[in-house]
Design a protein. Structure first.
Length: 299
């Protein structure tokens, strides 16, 4: 009996020791996996930190500006509204209709970009300029489109306004002083532009808790269709250079460049909302737009 009890106790002791060893082995394996995961994360973070340090000091992200466009045109005359007949500005069908007809904003186009600092320390946005500007006499004389009213853009992040007059020999980044609604003097919508939009530099802190700043970039044109790129002049540590800014791919243009259609006197047809704004109707030739005019003070 005593031997039997001793055997049982011995078995229990052996089982307990074996279980403890198994738990110890598993704990060691789990600890090893955790250490390996920690090391992998640390190595990944170090690679990302190194890539940020060696790469551009800023990142630009497209967004939606406070300004809502109200002038659009197609290069060709449309004879069938299709999805445009019963859809509204902001609907997917309306956007598809615009893309199918190669729509473009007329006279003025506005892009929102948010610039964030990537490098450790302080980055300074000193200036902006246009790159590879291409302008030709407008081809957007087919159909003018007046979108249905959708209110204002609401309260968004406060943005730095920067305006470029594409009709100038050398477009410069100017501040916006204000605008006068159509009918005040000449019947045109007049935008007043002042001196440099960067009379004060803009500082961004980088690192893990980085700063970001929104910019609304306004582009004005006369009678020319223009496409363009944008670059920002940024100082980071001891390096000062120009870096491309990616603009949004609105109206089906995903290449990071901006565009705006020139103004004309007459369109072959006009699409305007019906009185109840539940749809749109096709009308005859004309021009539903007031002209956009720019007046500039000294730079």
């Amino acid at each position: 009996m005593v031997a039997t009890i001793g055997g049982i106790l011995g078995g229990i002791s052996y089982f307990t020791t074996w279980s403890q060893q198994e738990r110890s082995v598993k704990a060691g394996e789990d600890s090893g996996k955790a250490d390996a995961a920690d090391n992998a994360r640390a190595e990944q973070e170090e690679r990302e930190r190194k890539e940020r340090a060696e790469g551009p000091p800023i990142r630009s992200t497209p967004g939606s500006p406070d300004y809502l466009a109200s002038r659009f045109a197609f290069p060709s005359r449309t004879t069938d509204l299709g999805d445009g007949a019963h859809s509204r500005y902001g609907d997917e069908q309306y956007a598809n209709w615009f893309a199918t007809n190669n729509a473009e904003e007329v006279g003025i186009s506005v892009y929102r970009v948010t610039i964030a600092g990537l490098h450790e320390g302080t980055m300074v946005v000193q200036n902006m300029r246009l790159s590879d500007v291409r302008c030709t006499p407008t081809k957007y004389t087919g159909t003018a489109v007046v979108p249905n009213p959708i209110g204002d853009g609401g309260e968004g992040a406060e943005a730095v306004d920067v305006a470029f007059d594409l009709s100038a020999a050398v477009p410069k980044p100017r501040e916006i002083l204000g605008r006068t609604e159509a009918g005040a003097t000449s019947g045109n919508e007049v935008w007043k532009l002042g001196g440099s939009a960067f009379h004060e530099a803009i500082y961004l802190e980088g690192g893990e808790k980085f700063d970001a700043r929104a910019f609304d970039l306004y582009f004005f044109t006369g009678t020319n269709d223009c496409t363009f790129g944008v670059e920002a002049n940024v100082t980071s540590e001891n390096k000062d250079d120009w870096y491309p800014i990616k603009l949004s791919g609105k109206l089906g243009k995903p290449d990071g460049r901006g565009s705006v259609a020139g103004q004309t006197q007459r369109y072959e047809s006009v699409v305007a909302p019906t009185e109840d704004t539940l749809g749109n109707e096709l009308r005859g030739p004309g021009n539903p737009f007031t002209a956009v005019e720019v007046k500039k003070s000294g730079f």
